[in-house]
Design a protein. Sequence first.
Length: 181
Amino acid sequence: MADPVTGAGSTEGGRKATSAFSFMHRTDLVLTLLIFIVCGALYYITTDFEEVSLLLSQNIGPEWFPRLLIWFIVVLSVALPFEHLMRKQQAASIDKDRSDRIKPISFMTAALLACIVASIPLFGTLIAMLLGCVLLPLLWGERRLKILIPFIILFPTAVAILFTQVLKVFFEPGLWGPTIG
């Protein structure tokens, strides 16, 4: 009888009988296919982005960064069905760890990030990023000020300098946010 997770069969004549899927984790394969479908739909959405006039162009089109992220997710998800082969000693714990319920902090993090993204039209990208740098560590329980303060100051500053000065991509200022660059 075949193992439903690995696809490996029972031993027959001293040899282990295997199926075509023995090198792939079936759950991860299904998850990978779902990720591909979502990425395909999101990529299709980027084809409807409006063209920016050359006068307002900032060296790259508005679809470039979302497509870069989508391709990055696709490339990473290709390895997902083979993770159990890369982690042979921990392969059994992969499924055991997945049987645990999702912790409430995961849902609270998702809700906080959704609120931060939704605040961008009002506060602008820079202030929304600052909110994320302040609120996420606090939500996760970080209370050490000597770690929080440098992170809150340095990370948004580095990201703002990288995007506005190096990449020449400017942030959405929002209704109440600052315009930088």
